[in-house]
Design a protein around this ligand. Structure first.
Ligand code: GLU
Length: 287
């Protein structure tokens, strides 16, 4: 338990895409933002592949992403870490939390959760939608064992109330900013290991940022709320807390944030249309 705040002196930053599609202009901005933050401090910039989503990630996108980043003129300081190759690290972290009595198996399907919420008439909402109603939190040990023995698939959820009671109040910081009070409760009992993959975004990213010595996490403001959960996991696992900088998201002509569906704004498409790396950098404000 406990954690140490990092001090920025040669910041280490990362760009952490998921190889589920081609990079678009928004990714180029995020990557250049992270690289600039590292280089400004004479620090380290790394690229990490967040490829735990086995159903959606493709080696061909992984290769295309690295190729596009290189074309844009980015270079990174360490071999690429691929999350799918480090499941042991996440298992170790899960074991620690299991020993603290903070995890429980959740057998619910999406449908079960929707039905439970409908029956209750309402459910508090968090950043990812309605909060999990806690159905499996109160299963008896016998019932859990029975379902595990009959090989019902299960996820592992964090008992948020127990976890926050254990850590007490926590804060995190923007570079040079006042402390921000961590409010992981807004997510309810988050999933830390999915039914199909023995980890989750929240767990893998927290463990990796620690193991890779990241001192400033730069990422889109859509992930601002996730930082509350990551801060809690750091405290539970005794990991260092980086600084967090959430950058704006680029929007398309309709004012909607760019997404993988914006095919015309992928770096691939821009390259094919004859744009140079310098032009693309200029389009996102990094010339
Ligand atoms: N892999 C995430 C994404 O592609 C970014 C994760 C992070 O920066 O924490 O949106």
């Amino acid at each position: 338990m406990g954690s140490t705040e990092n001090h920025v002196c040669g910041a280490a930053t990362r760009f952490a895409p998921s190889p589920t599609g081609y990079l678009h202009l928004g990714h180029a901005y995020a990557a250049l933002f992270a690289e600039a933050a590292a280089r400004a401090e004479g620090g380290r910039f790394i690229v990490r592949m967040e490829d735990i989503d086995v159903g959606r990630c493709r080696p061909s996108f992984d290769a295309a992403i690295l190729d596009d980043l290189g074309w844009l003129g980015l270079s990174w300081d360490e071999p690429i870490r691929r999350q799918s190759e480090h499941l042991d690290d996440y298992a170790t972290a899960l074991d620690e939390m299991r020993h603290l009595g903070l995890l429980y198996p959740c057998f619910c399907t999406r449908k079960d959760i929707q039905a439970e919420i409908a029956a209750a008439g309402q459910a508090p909402h968090g950043p990812d939608g309605p909060l999990y109603p806690g159905t499996c939190r109160t299963l008896s040990p016998g019932e859990r064992e029975r379902r595990i023995n009959e090989e019902s698939p299960f996820a592992l959820r964090l008992d948020m109330e127990k976890a926050t009671a254990l850590t007490g109040a926590l804060t995190w910081h923007l570079p040079g900013g006042d402390p921000i009070k961590a409010r992981p409760q807004v997510f309810g009992d988050v999933v830390l290991a999915r039914k199909d993959v023995p980890t989750s975004y929240h767990l893998a990213v927290t463990v990796d940022d620690h193991l890779q010595g990241i001192t400033v996490v730069t990422r889109g403001e859509d992930l601002y709320q996730a930082t509350h959960v990551h801060r809690l996991l750091q405290a539970l696992l005794g990991l260092k807390t980086p600084l967090y900088e959430h950058h704006r998201l680029l929007v398309g002509e309709t004012g909607r944030r760019l997404a993988k569906r914006d095919q015309g704004l992928t770096l691939r498409a821009l390259r094919q249309s004859g744009k140079s790396p310098a032009e693309v950098r200029r389009m996102v404000g990094y010339d």
